[in-house]
Each structure stands twice: as structure tokens, then as C-alpha cells.
Design a protein around this ligand. Structure first.
Ligand SMILES: [Zn+2]
Ligand SMILES: [Zn+2]
Length: 396
């Protein structure tokens, strides 16, 4: 019998308990930095297990610490627990009771899977050659939670970290991993172009901010197409724009636009905003305008450690079978798990929760998003085995 057969067996036995917890979180979703009740509920479960906890980020997050029977390294397992400002459209018996708030990214599943792993690991703590830290983090969606958790000491004494995110494009129970960058750096920016308003029929008496903004936006598109190595990945999308009022014949005073810059390399993350400014510096004054540029730095690149990635891929392959473990392409979405990975080596991986037969196919952040609950005990088991194997490997 494989050493972790017992863990998988236990995960299967706990399946209904884990599903029940997931449904409870799903029914009572809380927005970023408001997760007090979710955090309290998590704390209660950990307390029942005899795991000591510490509340962080004003009681919206917490860390639980399980001391193993033998001394060794410490692995952190992370779940994010925040929901999104979305009105749920599915008519589930455990539908969100908070109007306009929904667990549409699967963070309810993350919390439940990690609690499942805590239950399993607690039962075998004597066998653990090291410690496990359970991180329940608020505000992933806004990119604020992980940073605050790290600042408040969530990684104290932690050697490595692992996170599993459910994934609506991988079929249920499939494990997705990738070495190196897996989630993009994602930052936002706003630009305000100021010209001089006037009559639409007499443009020579005005300074038209709309034309300046149009030329600036078109030119900014050359950053990715002409300045980034075609083998590298970067995105610059202008996602909002506003100028003028209702009139067809008034040139407005100013025009605003903004968007997002994404890349898979820290160097590009620095390079692109610098070049946006330089392009604006060239174009806007040349066209007699002025501009303000405001960069909102949000997510660093999420870079998986080679050794940790190899470990989870190997273990997942042994548990699920190699055909259910896939090397996925990096995504241009962002993750604040990157803040932990700036401090300790770790890995961020995916667990498929898509189930076409059950009609569970909607993407993350969609009002009809759902997960195949059949994958939850697999996620709990994986979390537990990752901890066990990491501690065992580090001992050698
Ligand atoms: Zn999300
Ligand atoms: Zn998410």
C-alpha cells in the first residue's frame, strides 16, 4: 500500500463534511476585507481540531499552526476566502444569502478543502516530521490580502508554501501545474489628458484632448507589438475611456482612459509603465496638451519554484494517475499568492472542477459559476499529501 493511501481513504470519508462546509461558505459569502464571519467559522473548525490560531488583518484572516510529532521544516498551505460583488444566478439550495455577493471564484471550495486537509493532518500529527501552517487569507480578488498577511507575520517560521486554486477549464479531478511564471503581474493605470475645450466647428481655437488620447492609445499598442520580445508574454489593454458629454459639437476640456498592463516577467513589469510615460511625454506636449498618469500597482508575477513544482506534480501523478496531471500554460490573470512566493519558495497549482455532464462549465467570476463538488475531497487529500511528502522529503 502506498504511504498516502490512508490519507486518500480518509479524504473520501470526509467528503460529505467538506462539501457541507463549502456550502456553508457559499451561502454566506463576504467581500474582500469583510470576511469576519468566514474567518470566525474557520477558526471554530480549527479550534475543534485542537489547532492553535492567530487572527490577522482585523479578524478577516487567520493562521493555524499544527506542530508535528517530530521536528522538521514547516510547510504553509494557503486558501483564500473572499467572495466577489456578483449577484448569483444559479438556483442552488445553498445559494448566496447576501444580495450582490457571491463565491464566483471557488474560494469557498478552497477554505473547505484546506479545512479537510487540516482534519486529516491532525489525525496523523504524530507521524509528521515538521509543522504545517494553515493560511486562510482575505481579499485575494482585490490584491490586498496576501500582502497584509505577509506584513502581519503569516509566514513566520514557514519554509515553503503551496496553494491550490480550483479551475473551471480543467475537468473535475485533473491537476494542473507549471514551473516558473504561472500567473501574470497585473497592474492598472489611469491617464487624464487635458487640452482646451471649444466649438466643434472651430477646432483651431481649441486643443482637442480626444484626438490626443486617440493617438496616445494607438501608439501605446506598439509597446507590446514592437518592443516586447515576441517569445515573451505581455498585454496592454485600454479597458475604459471617457470624454465629452452629450453634445455633438463641443470639444471637451479633458479625456480620460485607463487599463491594465500584464506580463510574466518582473523586468517587463517595470519596463512597460516606464515606456507608457515616455510615450505620453512625447505625444501629449507635442500636441499642446498636458497629462496625468497614475499607476496602481497590484499583483507581482506568480513564479513557481522548480523543486516545489516537481514535488506536487510527482505526488499528484502518483495519486491521480499521470493522465490526470497536466502541465498548463501560464495565465494572464493575476494572483496575490505572488506576495508569499517573493518570501519563500512554493507552488501555485490548479485542481479542475469542470463537469460538462452536470452543466458545470461557466468561467470564474461568472454569475453562473459553479464547481463539481466531487473534486473537493481530492483537493483536501492533495493538500494533506503535499504536506506529508514535503516534510518527509525535507527530512532526508
Ligand atoms: Zn477570482
Ligand atoms: Zn480566485
Amino acid at each position: 500500500m502506498k504511504p498516502y493511501e490512508k490519507i486518500l481513504q480518509r479524504a473520501r470519508e470526509l467528503a460529505s463534511k467538506i462539501i457541507e462546509l463549502r456550502r456553508e461558505f457559499h451561502q454566506h459569502p463576504e467581500l474582500a476585507l469583510q470576511e469576519m464571519n468566514t474567518a470566525k467559522r474557520v477558526k471554530r473548525v480549527l479550534k475543534e481540531l485542537g489547532i492553535e490560531t492567530r487572527m490577522l488583518v482585523n479578524g478577516t484572516g487567520l493562521v493555524g499552526r499544527l506542530k508535528g510529532g517530530k521536528s522538521g521544516k514547516t510547510l504553509a498551505l494557503r486558501a483564500d476566502i473572499d467572495a466577489l460583488p456578483i449577484q448569483e444566478e444559479l438556483d442552488l439550495p445553498y445559494k448566496s444569502e447576501n444580495a450582490g455577493v457571491m463565491h464566483a471564484c471557488g474560494h469557498d471550495a478552497h477554505a473547505a478543502m484546506l479545512l479537510g486537509a487540516a482534519m486529516i493532518l491532525c489525525e496523523m500529527k504524530k507521524e509528521l516530521t515538521g509543522n504545517v501552517v494553515f493560511i486562510f487569507q482575505p481579499a485575494e480578488e482585490t490584491g490586498e490580502g496576501a500582502k497584509k498577511m505577509v506584513e502581519e507575520g503569516a509566514l513566520a517560521g514557514v519554509d515553503s508554501i503551496v496553494a491550490i486554486h480550483v479551475n473551471s477549464s480543467l475537468s473535475s479531478g485533473t491537476f494542473g501545474y507549471h514551473c516558473g511564471p504561472i500567473m501574470a503581474a497585473g497592474d492598472f493605470f489611469d491617464v487624464k489628458i487635458t487640452g482646451k475645450g471649444g466649438h466643434g466647428g472651430m477646432p483651431h481655437l481649441a486643443i482637442d484632448p480626444i484626438v490626443i488620447a486617440s493617438i496616445a492609445i494607438s501608439t501605446l499598442q506598439t509597446l507590446v507589438s514592437r518592443e516586447v520580445d515576441p517569445i515573451e508574454s505581455a498585454v496592454l489593454s485600454i479597458c475604459k475611456m471617457d470624454a465629452g458629454g452629450k453634445a455633438y459639437n463641443i470639444i471637451p476640456d479633458s479625456a480620460n482612459f485607463g487599463g491594465t498592463i500584464r506580463s510574466l516577467k518582473p523586468e517587463l513589469r517595470e519596463y512597460l509603465p516606464k515606456r507608457i510615460k515616455e510615450i505620453l511625454d512625447g505625444i501629449v506636449p507635442a500636441m499642446r496638451g498636458r497629462y496625468e498618469f497614475n499607476l496602481l500597482e497590484r499583483f507581482p508575477v506568480t513564479i513557481n519554484d522548480d523543486r516545489m513544482t516537481a514535488l506536487v506534480a510527482r505526488v499528484a501523478g502518483e495519486i491521480l494517475g499521470k493522465e490526470r496531471v497536466v502541465d498548463v500554460k501560464p495565465l494572464m490573470g493575476s494572483e496575490d499568492f505572488s506576495y508569499y512566493l517573493q518570501k519563500v519558495p512554493g507552488v501555485y497549482a490548479f485542481l479542475g472542477t469542470r463537469n460538462v455532464e452536470k452543466g458545470i462549465t461557466y468561467p470564474h467570476h461568472h454569475p453562473r459559476f459553479d464547481i463539481d463538488e466531487g473534486a473537493l475531497s481530492i483537493g483536501a487529500g492533495l493538500n494533506a499529501v503535499f504536506a506529508l511528502e514535503y516534510l518527509r522529503e525535507s527530512e532526508r
